[in-house]
Design a protein around this ligand. Structure first.
Ligand SMILES: [Zn+2]
Length: 290
């Protein structure tokens, strides 16, 4: 099983690639729409690399899902995918096994197979939202329905801000990019992106700095909790906010170390923006028995 297709459905962009031994031989990136556009892109990359059909297709998506059926459930940020059976749709079109998994867990698979290749680590996506995937003893921890590793929804402040998941005070509601942007609007009266807020914090502006420090403190606390639970060798970060890692990383690591006895290595993904795509392509090798 080596002629692999990876599909990384993101909130904004979808990436499709033909992957051979960890190399992306052909790729398409386009604004996220639905199954039709993914089928077209898969057909295009297959034509480009000259494969009649792939050995397997792996798909990662940021959505609640039924992994056994290959069905995306209610996904507010992916309106074209609600109730879509991804596995049936792609199997019918390309006549090969198809696997669907949570995007952050797919990224963890990518790091395991093609990235740092550690055996015990936590992968964290830090962008608009916060996702995570856990690898322990060289195996992905999927949980009962494939949603394990959701570090973004660890409740840290029971009276904190409301999270998109409906609970209060989740890590994502304090440190996620969307939450930071919301806080900026509340406290500064202007809608800033998380990246803009970081730039203001760098300049030492008090409110942005306080918001960023609070976010890094919360991230460090969540990492300390996970570290104590799993004793990972590494914690690996990816996602848009890691573009500001020189500023955020030291704050996060300092906060974690203040709250944990353990000292896992903290690194950025080795696979850059392709971590989700490569992880989806390798998903067939790490799919759980459900
Ligand atoms: Zn939540």
């Amino acid at each position: 099983m080596e002629r692999l297709i990876g599909v990384d459905i993101g909130g904004t962009r979808t990436r499709v690639g033909a992957v051979w031994e960890g190399q992306i031989l052909a790729r398409r990136t386009f604004p996220t729409r639905g199954l039709v556009e993914v089928k077209e892109a898969v057909a295009e990359v297959l034509r480009e690399v000259g494969w009649e059909r792939p050995d397997a297709i792996g798909v990662g998506a940021p959505a609640p899902m039924d992994m056994r059926q290959g069905l995306i459930l209610n996904a507010p940020n992916l309106p074209h995918w609600n109730g879509v059976n991804v596995v049936d749709g792609l199997k019918e079109a390309f006549h090969c096994p198809v696997f669907l998994g949570n995007d952050a867990n797919c990224a963890a698979v990518g790091e395991l197979v093609y990235g740092w290749k550690a055996k015990d680590f936590l992968y964290v996506t830090w962008s608009t939202g916060i996702g995570g995937g856990v690898v322990s003893g060289g195996r992905v921890i999927w949980g009962v329905t494939g949603q394990a590793g959701e570090i973004g929804h660890i409740p840290l402040r029971p009276e904190g801000p409301r999270c998109r998941c409906g609970k209060k005070g989740c890590l994502e509601a304090i440190a996620g990019g969307a939450a930071l942007s919301d806080r900026a609007l509340e406290r500064l009266g202007e809608r800033l992106s998380a990246a803009e807020l970081v730039e203001q914090a760098r300049k030492g502006k008090p409110i942005p700095l306080a918001l960023i420090d609070e976010a890094c403190q919360a991230m460090g606390q969540a990492l300390a909790i996970v570290a104590e639970l799993l004793e990972p060798e590494m914690i690996i970060f990816g996602g848009g906010l890691t573009n500001s890692w020189d500023f955020l990383g030291p704050k996060v690591v300092e906060a974690m170390r203040a709250m944990s006895r353990l000292r896992p290595r903290v690194e950025l993904t080795r696979l850059g923006d392709d971590v989700g795509l490569l992880g989806a392509a390798a998903l067939p090798f790490h799919f759980p028995e459900l």
